[in-house]
Design a protein around this ligand. Structure first.
Ligand code: SAM
Ligand code: SF4
Length: 326
């Protein structure tokens, strides 16, 4: 499937819940998280119909996300069904890692290929400050367990925020000296308003690189690695690698290959634009497989050339990242 700018769309992010067992300050407010509730969230049957339609249109990779996808009952069985879809798309997962220790082996057995774990600090007191919940050790145990069962290459996502955790960039970089992990630094994105963070809190890719280079010379990967938004580097012959994702400061929109489906069944052509097309009502009004494919195609055609963050009239949307899926 191609969009109107000739980009190949072969990657789908499926948000399966807007609920979460953490409350990261840059993602969700502590109270007033308006969950779309049981009937509002797509059932696994509905999600599978969408995934199957997407696979028929050439989607090769499906990332399961949320909210926290591992809090939804039945997620292991759902991942197994996704992995068994015709064409066998690669199934990956983004998680905060809290439940991975107990679930990694089952997920691997269900056919999950890889996992991205979000972790923004290596300090327990700070973990609680950022996520409003305790749990650093559980996440670290989850990382070990995911690595042990072979959910590899394991990726760790960190969002550095000025005045919060940006002083830990070098500590995260050091993890790649010991472990065969990809540690990725993602620029904070202004997705939803009202969370108390502004553009001033964003630690730019340039600043991230400066901090990373304070502990050693970074060599760009050659070949540069699989296509995707991360710019990849390595310290000497370290087992792990570093990814820097300049989500805002430099457009990688011309490489964008993805569609997103929100937990309440909207397909979102671009993370950083609020436009969405409805899938849920279509599903519940009896849409045929062909009609679902048409909606997904229309969403691909509706992808903008590039996002407009940073432009004077750019407005943050009302939806939180936990609803869109990151
Ligand atoms: N709960 C899972 C997790 O945390 O990995 C999956 C959903 S979460 C919304 C997906 C990713 O979005 C996480 O890596 C999180 O750090 C990131 N994220 C949330 N809000 C963000 C923001 N404003 N800017 C950049 N990344 C953000
Ligand atoms: Fe939950 Fe992930 Fe958002 Fe944190 S970033 S509140 S773990 S959805």
């Amino acid at each position: 499937m191609k969009d109107s700018f000739g980009r190949k769309i072969d990657y789908l992010r499926l948000s399966i819940t807007d609920r979460c067992n953490l409350r990261c300050r840059y993602c969700m407010p502590e109270d007033g998280v308006e969950s779309v509730g049981h009937g509002g969230v797509l059932s696994y049957e509905e999600l599978l119909r969408i995934a199957a339609a997407a696979a028929r249109l050439g989607i090769k990779k499906i990332r399961v996300t949320g909210g926290e996808p591992l809090v939804r009952k039945g997620v292991v069985g759902f991942i197994k069904q996704l992995a068994e879809l015709p064409g066998h798309p690669e199934i990956t997962l983004t998680t905060n890692g809290l439940l991975l220790d107990q679930m990694a082996a089952d997920l691997k057995q269900a056919g999950l290929a890889r996992v991205n774990i979000s972790l923004d600090t290596l300090r327990e007191d700070r973990f609680e400050e950022i996520t409003r919940r305790p749990g650093l050790q559980r996440v670290l145990d989850g990382i070990q367990q995911a690595a042990a069962v072979g959910l590899a290459p394991l990726k760790i996502n960190m969002v550095p925020i000025r005045g919060v955790n940006a002083d830990e960039i070098a500590d995260f970089g050091r993890l790649t000296l010991k472990h065969p992990w990809e540690v990725r630094f993602i620029e904070f994105m202004p997705v939803s308003d009202g969370l108390g963070y502004t553009a001033d809190n964003r630690f730019s890719a340039q600043e991230i690189m400066t901090d990373l280079e304070s502990i050693g010379l970074l060599t760009p990967m050659d070949p540069p690695g699989p296509p995707g938004p991360a710019r990849l580097f390595r310290y000497g012959d370290s087992p792990g690698r570093i990814g820097v994702i300049p989500a805002v400061s430099s457009h990688f929109c011309d490489e964008c290959n993805r569609l997103r489906v929100t937990a309440d069944g909207r397909v979102r052509p671009c993370l950083l634009c609020s436009d969405e097309l409805d899938l849920r009502d279509a599903l519940r009004l009896g849409a045929s497989d062909l009609e679902l494919e048409t909606i997904l195609r229309n969403a691909a055609m509706a992808k903008p050339k590039q996002h407009r963050v940073g432009e004077k009239d750019y407005l943050e949307g009302r939806r939180g990242m936990q609803q869109i899926g990151g």
